[in-house]
Design a protein around this ligand. Structure first.
Ligand SMILES: [Zn+2]
Length: 262
């Protein structure tokens, strides 16, 4: 289970933090409050602030870090049952995590849906509009197309409910970079069997890892998330593999950037 704390080392800005470029950028829209950006009724009459955020977070602006590639290694070694993420930056997919191994609990920019006729479009179809700060419109009905990000009051993605089968099957739960404050995501940590070790790699003790709910087999590694992941990778003897994987992907991403310039 992962949250925003695994993406801040990649430079993903927190749009709620004054002083971050994104927050300042959103000020011009006079949002009644920051969360309005994810409210469907607000979006229906004023989609521009959400698309300003979309422009910033659209896949391609940021690169995955060691945390994402550590999960990719778990996948490559057949050790990953599923990755549950609260993040909407798409860095898991960029790091090569297979969509079938991924539950993007708060949605994804990889797909989009017309708010009027419900036709679905690949996120790439919207890229040109998003990047030129235009609100993407449905070619079929001219309705606004909304990326499949889960707004307040919207249903979670269907595959979120895989947790009902996944969590009882897990034999290790790793929780990284999340405040475990947003439900229903936050409660998942309590769904694994009590015999299953749970490892928290996080800046602060959170959720069941804070206070009296701690289990005898819980392990808590506090501090910088990337530092904690590197420590674990070291202990597993996977550091060289992780470095090789990251270097290979940096080369790949660089090549595609060069290709775009051509
Ligand atoms: Zn439509």
């Amino acid at each position: 289970m992962v949250g925003a704390g695994i993406s801040t080392p990649s430079g993903i800005p927190d749009f709620r933090s004054p002083g971050s470029g994104l927050y300042d950028n959103l000020q011009q829209y006079n949002l009644p409050y920051a969360e309005a950006i994810f409210e469907i009724n607000y979006f229906h009459h004023t989609p521009e602030p959400f698309f300003a955020l979309a422009k910033e977070l659209y896949p391609g602006n940021y690169q995955p870090n060691a945390t994402h590639y550590f999960v990719r290694l778990l996948q490559d070694k057949g050790q990953l049952l599923r990755m549950y993420t609260q993040n909407i930056d798409g860095l898991e997919r960029m790091a090569g995590i297979s969509p079938s191994k991924l539950v993007e609990a708060h949605g994804t920019f990889s797909m989009a849906t017309c708010t009027v006729c419900r036709r679905e479009y690949p996120g790439e179809d919207l890229r040109a509009d998003v990047m030129s700060s235009a609100v993407p419109k449905c070619p079929a009905c001219k309705g606004v197309i909304k990326p499949n990000i889960v707004f307040f009051g919207e249903e979670l993605p269907q595959n979120f409910f895989l947790y009902l089968a996944d969590f009882p099957l897990a034999d290790l739960l790793i929780v990284m970079g999340t405040s475990l404050e947003v439900e229903p995501f936050a409660s998942l940590a309590g769904v694994v069997r009590s015999s299953v070790p749970r490892l928290l790699i996080n800046r602060d003790p959170v959720g069941p890892f804070a206070g009296r709910a701690l289990r005898h087999n819980d392990v808590v590694e506090l501090g910088d998330v990337v530092g904690g992941v590197r420590k674990l990778t070291d202990a597993l003897g996977w550091t060289q593999e992780l470095e090789a994987l990251m270097a290979a992907d940096r080369g790949k991403n660089h090549k595609s950037e060069t290709a775009n310039e051509e």
